[in-house]
Design a protein around this ligand. Structure first.
Ligand code: FES
Ligand SMILES: [Fe+2]
Length: 418
């Protein structure tokens, strides 16, 4: 932290100080100590399915270039020319044999090698092999999910993700051929701090109030009663996992109408697994939070990447995913439902974005100081895996995030497994 900041002045076990959402110097420290040190999600390998495919992105203050090289290997580089530091590729995605910098014309292959230098023969003491693109310090992937760390030191990805992997596995298992494929993202931004979105995703306190209009709309269509606070208090099984991760299991509580192609999908799963397991996977309904920037929604089968831009500005990219081996009609409905749910013109996320705007506006006044995070779910207990678990609406997932935030923001401590 900067000299005049102290984590204990910002986070207590059941309280958080409003400065964590509004202070630009805290935001800078978050980029350095949270996004700059831990594992961050970059993309899914299916975003670059073919040799030569690439996507560009920005994680915190870092421009990123993810590529698949001619041999099929996925790389994550800084999207920065090795000559004078110009950002290199200005397309959001595409396919090509090389990247040519617009400034002086240096060219790089998709494996990062520097392959073209105008007037190379007149460079002195110049070893071209030394000037390939700079890769992020560590890049690892798990079942197609690519993570990177800017920090060369630290725990392996599988240790960092260990507590959340069973749930990520289930999301992948929903695809009959065990492969999911991201489609082009829906992109939007809001005038609020990045933490507002990751807090909101696994906080089941707000939906029956904030999303009242959408629940009433659905109730009219289905003839079923609308969702109430009582439903929220009893309807989900929630778990705080290691390193700020979390899972909220809504299974059986909010199933809508059957999907087109659902019978065929169930048969495909049943050919692979026993019918009970197939039905379980069909009905899987998890919110999975992988701290600090990845939110996965298994029912509509999308993932959201949360991208901090400034202390009061955040971008969100939503990638609907197709289930490999499932009928097209079902996949099209999943993509449609993701757009309906979390696009800027959808029914649900617009409410949340409005709430983020209100919160940021209110906190910017500086009037509040410490704010409570005191809501607990029912039957809160440590489960057999050693994780805190409870039933229904709670701020436990947020408290868990701040525990990890405080750990990372207390610079210098070892990043050890627990
Ligand atoms: S900055 Fe890229 S070629 Fe000079
Ligand atoms: Fe919401």
């Amino acid at each position: 932290m900067t000299d005049d900041l102290d984590v204990d002045q910002l986070v207590r076990p059941e309280e958080v100080h409003s400065r964590v959402y509004t202070d630009p110097s805290i935001f800078q420290k978050e980029m350095e100590l949270v996004f700059g040190r831990t594992w961050i999600f970059i993309g899914h390998e299916s975003e670059v399915p073919n040799p030569g495919d690439f996507k560009t992105d920005r994680i915190g203050r870092w421009p990123i270039l993810m590529t698949r090289d001619a041999g099929g290997k996925v790389h994550v580089f800084y999207n920065i020319c090795r000559h004078r530091g110009a950002t290199l590729c200005h397309e959001s995605d595409g396919n090509g044999r090389s990247f040519k910098c617009m400034y002086h014309g240096w060219s790089f292959a998709s494996d990062g090698a520097l392959i073209g230098v105008p007037l190379a023969e007149r460079m002195r003491g110049f070893d071209q092999a030394q000037y390939g693109l700079v890769a992020l310090a560590r890049v690892e992937s798990y079942k197609g999910f690519v993570f990177a760390s800017l920090c060369a030191e630290g725990m392996p990805l599988e240790v960092y993700l260990a507590s959340v992997l069973p749930y990520l596995d289930e999301m992948v298992e929903r695809a009959p051929n065990r492969r999911i494929a991201a489609v082009k993202p829906l992109k939007y931004e809001f005038d609020g701090n990045w933490k507002l979105q990751i807090e909101n995703f696994s906080e089941n306190y707000h939906p029956s109030v904030l999303h009242q209009s959408v629940f009433a709309h659905r109730a009219r269509h289905t003839g079923k009663p609308t969702t109430t606070m009582k439903d929220s208090a009893t309807g989900s099984r929630e778990m705080a996992l290691a390193f700020g991760h979390a899972v909220v299991d809504f299974r059986g509580t909010r199933r809508g109408k059957p999907y087109p192609g659902e019978d065929e999908y169930l048969q495909a799963l049943s050919r692979r697994d026993d019918p009970k397991r197939a039905a379980e996977l069909r009905d899987l309904d998890l919110h999975i939070l992988i701290y600090p920037n990845l939110l996965l929604h298994t029912r509509f089968n999308h993932y959201r990447v949360v991208k901090p831009v400034a202390v009061d500005r955040t971008e969100i990219d939503v990638y609907p995913c197709r289930l490999g081996g499932a009928p097209d009609s079902l996949n099209e409905q999943l993509v449609h439902d993701s757009a309906d749910h979390v696009s800027p013109v959808g029914l649900v996320q617009v409410d949340d974005l409005q709430a983020f705007d209100w919160v940021q506006d209110g906190l910017a006044s500086g009037a509040l100081g410490w704010m409570p995070l005191k809501l607990h779910g029912g039957d809160e207990h440590v489960n057999a895996d050693g994780h805190l678990e409870w039933i229904g609406a709670s701020e436990g997932v947020i408290r868990n995030q701040y525990q990890e935030w405080a750990r990372l923001m207390s610079a210098g401590q070892p990043v050890a497994a627990h």
